[in-house]
Design a protein around this ligand. Structure first.
Ligand code: GLP
Length: 243
């Protein structure tokens, strides 16, 4: 779906999330959301916060699982995704703290078990009702870099050079960008009942074309979404310009 502007598109995505939350509330059920970081979803979070403040949208029945976190990474660090999510969303809504799940960038041992338990926890609460995604210029979703397997679960991954250089300004230099991350896997993401990937701006046009029109391949992990039966790419004019 192509919109004139990312603002207009973000408001619509926020509306879809809000109506899912309300539908689940009406059925007395939890709403399980997979959330993304990066600049692309910021306006969506802003709109959800506005709906909470001005329209009384409640997040008391919402359970969230974030896609990824740098590794290693302290929670308090302003570069952490933990910080990002609290700053843009969680600090401004009525979500219960125990319902927030973000991969722990401080984990010291048994990381494999920790990652398995992250996936198990998603399954235990009934799976992701909705997964929000951005896309990196390598074609990654979450931090599933080129080479990621279709069946991958949550795990640690080595970040691509392109990804680290895109993140460099926020870290004041590429040398300070962590070399690894913890990310939900492709299988974890593809199990979501509904997926919305958002991409804005001319910088994403080339990778958006490959993701949508290219052959399904581990070299562009976003192509794996082509075989998911309820995925929508929400784009602005610039991001769609090479389609
Ligand atoms: C990071 C995140 C991704 C995100 C990507 C794009 O790599 N791990 O989840 O999609 O950045 O970020 P932006 O939205 O700022 O372009």
């Amino acid at each position: 779906v192509i919109f004139e502007s990312s603002n207009e598109a973000s408001i619509l995505v926020a509306k879809e999330i809000a109506s899912l939350i309300k539908n689940k509330q009406a059925q007395n059920k939890n709403c399980v959301l997979g959330l993304a970081t990066g600049s692309s979803p910021i306006k969506i979070y802003e709109e959800l916060v506005r709906m909470h403040k001005e329209e009384g949208l409640s997040f008391k029945n919402v359970i969230t699982f974030n896609l990824d976190e740098y590794f290693p990474m302290e929670k308090e660090s302003i570069q952490s995704y933990y910080y990002f999510m609290h700053d843009h969303l969680f600090n401004h809504i009525d979500i219960l703290p125990e319902n927030i799940n973000i991969p722990d960038g401080t984990i010291k041992s048994d990381i494999y078990d920790y990652c398995m338990s992250y996936d198990n926890k998603i399954d235990e609460v009934g799976g992701l009702d909705f997964q929000l995604l951005g896309i990196g210029r390598t074609g990654h979703v979450g931090f599933n870099e080129p080479g990621s397997h279709f069946n991958s679960g949550t795990r640690t991954i080595t970040l691509d050079y392109v990804t680290r250089s895109d993140a460099a300004p926020g870290f004041l230099g590429i040398d300070k960008v962590p070399r690894k991350a913890i990310t939900m896997g492709i299988a974890t993401i593809r199990k979501a009942k509904r997926i919305v990937l958002v991409a804005w701006g001319i910088n994403k046009a080339s990778i958006v074309k490959k993701a949508i029109e290219g052959e399904v391949s581990s070299q562009i992990p976003a192509t794996y979404l082509q075989t998911h039966d309820n995925t929508t790419f929400v784009l602005d004019k610039d991001a769609s310009s090479e389609l």
